[in-house]
Write a protein that binds this ligand. Structure first.
Ligand code: NAD
Length: 286
């Protein structure tokens, strides 16, 4: 399963939505990214975001701050961005320098501009099944699963990794679909139980950042396997599943690269459009 298969359709819809808003309101979305310090590893990611944004008619700007920027100054900048009617979405690139408290800064982002879905308000609304901006990787994973046509009700799903940005939101989205969800973490592995949770999974989602963690032979015949892991090793990008072996057992499997990652950028664009629509709706109600 390639991310592009689902992503192209999402991007087409976003381009159409952006065009409609332009015609109705004379406005194009602006997605702002904020980077503190120089992180060469994120260069590739940033240039792919910019290229995709431009393709669908979203303006994309980057603010690059020095690694010595204080937390107070960063918070002030975010407050200004929150108030700026021309900026519709904000991405805060991680990691931040050690002297900055990541949660405090992330949580200061205005909910309606939080296109990565990292604020307590958006995560809280996801928890309650209310509409809001949902983390992009979690949306990508669920879209890939749904693209197979599988009925999720009562399905055995195993998720490896319980981060706020991938594992937990995916678990919530799949629970809303009435799947049976098991979430594994490092301690599951350390206690030696990972294999049995993988063996049981009709749908396996892996986001641990541990290349080759899941052995191909563990995978249930006919399973759907979504590998969200991304680890750079020398000049290669590696996933968490041993692909060559897993592909023999799974009915559907995502490659790394070319799977979840590509689709995540498409959902970032979708969230930016949703953010602008939300802001326009609010303006109309005022
Ligand atoms: P994280 O790095 O914050 O946490 C890792 C999670 O995996 C934790 O819950 C930890 O307990 C678990 N874990 C680690 N080693 C494990 C092991 N040996 N066995 C079982 N569980 C283990 O998580 P994250 O930020 O969600 O990132 C996880 C991976 O997903 C990374 O490779 C990251 O690059 C990738 N990622 C991909 C995308 C994408 O768009 N494709 C987006 C975000 C993260």
């Amino acid at each position: 399963m390639y991310g592009r298969m689902v992503g192209d359709k999402i991007l087409e819809e976003v381009a159409k939505g952006v065009q409609e808003i332009k015609e109705k309101y004379g406005k194009s979305p602006l997605l702002m990214t904020l980077e503190v310090g120089d992180n060469p590893a994120s260069r590739v990611y940033l240039s792919s975001q910019r290229k995709t944004a431009e393709e669908v008619g979203i303006n994309y700007e980057t603010i690059q701050l020095s690694a010595a920027t204080s937390q107070e100054r960063l918070l002030n900048m975010i407050r200004d961005i929150n108030k700026d009617p021309y900026i519709n979405g904000l991405i805060l690139h991680l990691p931040l320098p050690k002297h900055i408290n990541t949660k405090i800064v992330q949580w200061s982002i205005e909910q309606k501009k939080d296109v990565e879905g990292v604020t307590p308000m958006n995560l809280g609304q996801l928890f309650l099944g209310m509409p809001g901006l949902i983390p992009c990787t979690a949306q990508s994973i669920v879209a890939l699963i749904k693209s197979t046509g599988v009925d999720l009700k009562g399905r055995e799903v195993t998720i490896i990794g319980n981060s706020d940005i991938v594992g937990k939101p995916v678990a919530l989205l799949l629970m809303q679909e009435e799947a049976t969800v098991t979430v594994c973490q490092l301690t599951t592995y350390e206690r030696g139980f990972l294999k049995e949770h993988v063996q049981r999974a009709e749908i396996l989602i892996v986001a641990a950042g541990h290349p080759g963690l899941v052995k191909g032979e563990w995978i249930k015949d006919g399973a759907i396997v979504i590998d969200a892991g991304i680890t750079a090793v020398e000049d290669k990008i590696l996933g968490d599943v041993q692909f060559e072996e897993a592909v023999k057992k799974a009915d559907y499997i995502t490659p790394v690269p070319g799977g979840v990652g590509i689709l995540t950028v498409a959902y970032l664009m979708k969230n930016t459009l949703e953010a602008l629509k939300w802001q326009l709706r609010d303006n109309e109600e005022d």
